[in-house]
Write a protein of this length. Structure first.
Length: 406
């Protein structure tokens, strides 16, 4: 009886209850069930590229010769950090090895930023829709996300400066910007970045810059937050090799800042988790030495896929998809009553020639309840033949979906 009583008193933390499920992964069980039925599922729901990880980087890992797999320095291998400075110089970012902490993926870099710069109850402004895991990191850190809504009708351009001004309170400590953006693919212009620079400077805020997709810009040049003058101490760059080198499973990112006070504090969090993954640091270091045209080929492939996807989407009656300027995502408005229900229906109740597709409902990329209800995110990480087949499935599905709105 005592044991039964004790178990009845157990509970989940408020943090655990508030932690949101991933909108990208929550439909996985339905996809697995569809596959067990023999249905082919085209995965446009997750940013897992099918482009091969560079052979030279993988070979560096295979050649690694040591008798003990030791901890690295908590900031990451010095040789890797030094090599990264040459990569950053190549994109116009001047940093030293001592201004870089290697992290376990870009995710840990974001979490380090929240934990280092914000107290529980502080507020961070993020243009929505935004990378869904920002919500999760905010819950972990006890931080409140204050969304500034951008619209699919304007292609998800940066909201007006007045919208930011209205959202700033005494608890506001930072702005987060993903550029190019996940999930919208929007590429922020230098003018928009200068607007953010002024807001950050005027209100003494941190600017957390998630630049995971820096290499994949199709409509203009990338303006890094670290290119902005006069706010060097305000900027925290959060980076990763996951998408850059198609190395998502390596879990290697970087936390970069010129603010020594922030860096010293972040190092204590880095020390607490001991060290980042060793083999993937070797891979990341070797990847810096890839030929200069490596990104030309990958960017051209993604652009071809983007053009295919956007053209096909906008040909479907009732569908609207703005042309994304970067990354490898697109947001589309569908003629459906509820995208969450529709995406599940695609996996549970629809197939064409024994094929269907998996999309990410957009509601999980918004913080404001009710937004994104008829929108989805699509990751164009499949080859153009697969994209065409997936769009054939989508077009056919929308003709018979019971919850179609027009």
């Amino acid at each position: 009886m005592a044991f039964t009583y004790f178990c009845a008193m157990l509970s989940i933390s408020k943090r655990g209850q508030e932690m949101p499920a991933s909108p990208i992964r929550k439909l996985v069980p339905f996809a697995e069930t569809a596959k067990k039925k023999g249905i082919r599922v085209y995965h446009l729901n997750i940013g897992q590229p099918d482009i091969e990880t560079p052979a030279a980087a993988l070979d560096a890992v295979r050649r690694a010769d040591f008798k003990v797999l030791e901890y690295s320095h908590s900031a990451g291998n010095e040789s890797y950090r030094k090599k990264l400075t040459t990569y950053y110089k190549g994109v116009g970012i001047d940093v030293s090895a001592n201004e870089i902490i290697i992290t376990t993926g870009g995710s840990e870099a974001i979490l380090f930023g929240f934990m280092t710069c914000l107290d529980a109850g502080d507020e961070v402004i993020i243009p929505e829709p935004f990378y869904a895991n920002y919500n999760g990191f905010a819950v972990e850190a006890g931080v409140k996300v204050v969304p500034i809504t951008s619209s699919i009708d304007s292609g998800f351009a940066l909201p007006a400066i007045s919208e930011f001004e209205k959202a700033i309170t005494p608890r506001t400590k930072a702005i987060v910007l993903c550029n190019p953006n996940n999930p919208t693919g929007y590429l922020y212009s230098r003018t928009e970045m200068e607007t953010l620079r002024q807001i950050v400077k005027d209100h003494s805020l941190y600017l957390f810059a998630d630049e995971a997709y820096r290499e994949f810009c199709y409509a203009g040049e990338h303006c890094s937050a670290m290119h902005l003058k006069g706010i060097e101490d305000n900027v925290i760059l959060m980076d990763t090799i996951s998408k850059r080198y198609s190395a998502c499973g390596g879990r290697i990112g970087a936390f970069v800042t010129k603010n020594k006070m922030v860096l010293d504090a972040a190092m204590k969090f880095a020390q607490a988790r001991l060290s980042p993954p060793s083999f993937a640091q070797i891979l990341g270091e070797a990847a810096v030495d890839l030929p200069g045209d490596y990104f030309d080929h990958t960017k051209a492939e993604y652009k071809k896929r983007r053009d295919t996807l956007v053209e096909r989407l906008n040909r479907i009656p009732g569908v609207f998809c703005p042309n994304p300027g970067g990354a490898f995502y697109a947001m589309a408005k569908l003629p459906v009553d509820d995208a969450d229900v529709f995406c599940q229906w695609l996996l549970e109740s629809f197939s064409m020639n024994n094929e269907t597709l998996m999309l990410a409902p957009a509601s999980g990329f918004y913080s404001t309840p009710g937004l994104g209800k008829n929108e989805v995110r699509l990751a164009y990480v499949l080859n153009t033949e697969a994209i065409h087949k997936a769009m054939d499935c989508l077009e056919a599905a929308l003709k018979v979906y019971p919850g179609k709105t027009n």
